[in-house]
Design a protein around this ligand. Structure first.
Ligand code: FAD
Length: 342
């Protein structure tokens, strides 16, 4: 299908990675976003390159995360070579504390040849860690804001046609094929269409499909800064976590809120995150407060993303619903869909 056109709807990490993959395979791609590229859920993400609890994941989603993990170092290195932007990928490891499902964790680690260590001690002296914790040294992180910048720069280099602040309002269908996307009275034609509009994907498909169910789950996050890096590993405690960056920034995540498309940050979430953070690591109270933000994770009923050709249509594909794993799963999902399209 080289020389044929493809339209990608939604320019978060999934749509940008998708557009890049298709372009590198020789297709001419147009990418639409209702706002600025990468500024919705993707920008809000922490960048942990693992599911929170891989051992209790749906197996299909877990497989995508594993495959995503395997190709990440190469993915970010290629982006760096192409754009000069370093996404700050590195294996900082992840320390699990207060885990209630330790036996499942051990079994999963065993089955997947994941190294675990029981006595991690390289943490700030006044951190109040429980006696028992488990360290997963191979888990990596990426600085998502930089990764998104690199992806955007790469799309420009590859001559992808980008329309920002341009919301797709409809799909024109004829004989089980999509002919064009509509933006008010304007139409844009292509041979293939890929829907990657995150939490908004269900709305865009509403007039032609009732089976795709994706709902937004808001997550709020804080960022503080120390003058230098003090914590070296990510720390996960139930639903809360620290993600330390090498320059002293520390992300404090996150909430899970079913509030529809509401995205306002709240004082109660800020209090919840700060209370958890300061109880575990009192120095957080003295760090410089940098930012409080939120994003809408695209959640599905069964924990699996929608990935493939849309039933009943010859040329509409969907790559959406990655919930808490869109960053890690983006490169592998882009490859999977590109294999179907090309
Ligand atoms: C607080 C938080 C922390 C997270 N941490 C992690 C993590 O550590 N690791 C991880 O792997 N994942 C994490 N995630 C999940 C991850 O952010 C998402 O899975 C991922 O960003 C989904 O990417 P996306 O491109 O599908 O969605 P989005 O980034 O939301 O992109 C969808 C795009 O579609 C556009 N769009 C919507 N409607 C239209 C329309 N009509 N026309 C055109 N464009 C449209 C939007 O403007 C948007 O840019 C986190 C999420 C949150 C909120």
């Amino acid at each position: 299908m080289s020389n044929k056109d493809c339209i990608v709807i939604g320019g978060g990490i999934i749509g940008m990675t998708m557009a890049r993959e298709l372009t590198m395979r020789g297709l001419s791609v147009t990418l639409f976003d209702k706002g600025k590229l990468g500024m919705e859920s993707s920008w809000a993400a922490g960048g942990i390159l693992s599911a929170m609890r891989p051992w209790s994941e749906d197996p299909y989603s877990s497989e995508l995360s594993n495959l995503g993990k395997e190709c990440y170092a190469k993915f970010v290195e290629e982006l760096k070579q192409q754009t000069g932007i370093d996404s700050e990928y590195y294996q900082s490891g992840l320390l699990m504390i207060n885990a209630t499902d330790v036996e499942q964790l051990r079994q999963w680690a065993d089955e997947n040849q994941v190294l675990i260590a029981e006595n991690y001690e390289d943490y700030p002296s006044n951190m109040r860690l429980p006696a028992k914790s488990i360290f997963l040294s191979e888990i990596a992180q990426v600085r998502v804001s930089k990764l998104l910048k690199a992806l955007h720069a790469s799309l420009i280099k590859l001559d992808v046609t980008i329309f920002e602040n341009t919301a797709i309002t409809g799909l024109e269908i004829n004989n089980a094929r999509c002919k064009s996307v509509t933006i008010g009275s304007k139409k844009y034609y292509a041979d293939s269409f890929i829907l990657s509009a995150g939490a908004w994907s269900q709305q865009i498909l509403a007039s032609i499909n009732e089976d795709i169910k994706i709902k937004p789950v808001m997550g709020q996050m804080l960022c503080v800064k120390f003058s230098r890096q003090q914590l070296k590993t990510m720390v996960l405690d139930g639903g809360h976590y620290f993600i330390p960056r090498r320059d002293g920034h520390v992300l404090i995540g996150s909430t899970m809120e079913n509030v529809g498309f509401e995205k306002e940050t709240t004082q109660s979430a800020r209090n919840e995150l700060m209370e958890w953070a300061c109880a575990l690591w009192p120095d957080i109270a003295d760090a410089e407060f940098v930012k409080h933000w939120s994003g809408l994770r695209p959640a599905t009923d069964n924990g699996k993303p929608y990935l493939g050709k849309l039933e009943d249509y010859e040329n509409i594909y969907i790559n959406a619903g990655h919930f808490r794993k869109g960053i890690i799963q983006a490169p592998i999902c882009a490859r999977n869909i590109a294999d179907m399209v090309c």
